[in-house]
Write a protein that binds this ligand. Structure first.
Ligand code: C5P
Length: 240
């Protein structure tokens, strides 16, 4: 079964500093979004890519994707939403009903190796309902009582060997992903849910099983200015 991928790309990316929406910032002269779509399109497991663009940038994004060759893959663009979750839901709605496997990949992870895309899709095909690529943590992590700018009391230190930093693409049985997004919408309307920062988090919230497969250090998220410096270096090394 061929998978479809949703790329939420409607974020402003304020932590990256002022400028264009994050997905349209350039890396090696090419927008992050184009890198991300190419990385997905390179996988034989992926037949369709749906991009959720900033609502006021749909035609600009269509033009951008048209001007960069994308291996003849089917790429569609829809208007994204006010939150990442809404952007994913809108992208998912544009996928033909017969597609059974859906990957969700952040536009902000432009350099994900094709092996990671393949491995996530393969794990769903092999029977998992939700799959996330992840890597061990380099830093020790502490849970604190948040106190912006001031000293923060430490609550505890989770055992680092049991922690993973999760990446994308995350892979799902389509039915599972659609169902948890539907439930989240209903609960939200009923009066607020703590925010979820990834799609697998929604599956967990509603009692589904999520498994981790190995991610890759080059699948890091471009969030802050330093991440762009690192991404440029990785790209230059690949081109060398
Ligand atoms: O802000 P953050 O880095 O967590 O965003 C992750 C991804 O979600 C980015 O690719 C961003 O473009 C996307 N996003 C979106 N719609 C929003 C907010 C974020 O598609 N309203």
């Amino acid at each position: 079964a061929v998978a479809a991928a949703v790329v939420p790309a409607a974020g402003r990316g304020e932590r990256l500093g002022p400028g264009a929406p994050k997905a349209l910032r350039e890396l090696g002269g090419v927008p992050l979004l184009v890198h991300a779509v190419r990385a997905l399109a390179r996988s034989r497991a992926v037949g369709l890519v749906v991009v959720a663009a900033p609502a006021d940038g749909v035609s600009e994004v269509v033009g951008l994707l048209d001007s960069h060759g994308l291996d003849g893959k089917d790429v569609r663009v829809v208007a994204g939403g006010a939150t990442r979750q809404e952007s994913v839901r809108l992208g998912l709605a544009a996928i033909p009903p017969d597609v059974e496997i859906v990957l969700v990949h952040d536009a902000a992870r432009p350099l994900v190796p094709v092996e990671v895309v393949d491995a996530v899709a393969a794990a769903v095909r092999a029977g998992a309902e939700a799959v996330v690529p992840a890597v061990p943590l380099a830093d020790t992590v502490k849970r604190v009582e948040p106190n912006r700018g001031g000293p923060e009391p430490v609550l505890d230190t989770p055992d680092r060997s049991t922690l993973r930093a999760v990446q994308t693409p995350q892979g799902f049985r389509r039915e599972t992903l659609a169902e948890v997004h539907e439930k989240a919408l209903t609960e939200e309307a009923a009066g607020g849910l703590p925010p979820v920062t990834d799609d697998a988090g929604l599956v967990e919230r509603f009692g589904g099983r999520v498994v981790v497969v190995p991610g890759h250090e080059e699948a890091f998220k471009v969030t802050r200015p330093l991440d762009l410096v690192l991404a440029e270096a990785v790209l230059a090394r690949r081109r060398a």
